[in-house]
Design a protein around this ligand. Structure first.
Ligand code: 5GP
Length: 121
């Protein structure tokens, strides 16, 4: 998979403050905000502030500080959203097979309800 980053994507615009978002958490290297079309009672997207296309791109090329910040941001969102007790699901779609819609690396945090099977149909 190529990792050429297109900075016209919608999450790049959110990071530049060009379009609004419903922020849940902002850290030095990461931003968490509510998905505009929530698929569960809680649906938060966590993105790195750096220009990474997919999870593997981020995991390979981001600094240890960026990776630690991102991982801990996920934990903090789970805590703030009250998901630790009832559980949750993390999803990171990548590329064509993953049906990635926005080419800026992100992890979906889904919870607040029973989520059903991992893959539908
Ligand atoms: P993907 O399929 O790339 O993993 O998911 C992209 C997600 O971004 C989708 O769940 C979609 O609803 C969400 N999304 C797309 N545009 C916007 C936007 O402008 N603001 C927010 N908050 N979420 C968006």
């Amino acid at each position: 998979m190529t990792h050429a980053y297109d900075d016209t994507n919608i999450f790049a615009k959110i990071l530049r403050g060009e379009i609004p978002n419903d922020t849940v958490l902002e850290t030095e290297h990461s931003l968490a905000f509510r998905d505009i079309t929530p698929k569960a009672a809680v649906h938060v997207l966590v993105i790195p502030k750096g220009a990474y296309v997919t999870y593997d791109h981020f995991a390979r090329e981001a600094s240890n500080a960026q990776i630690a910040d991102f991982t801990r941001a996920i934990a903090e969102v789970c805590r703030r959203e009250g998901l630790e007790e009832g559980g949750y699901r993390l999803i990171s779609n990548a590329g064509e097979a993953g049906l990635q819609e926005v080419p800026h690396m992100h992890v979906h945090i889904l919870g607040g309800q029973a989520l059903g099977p991992l893959l539908a149909g």
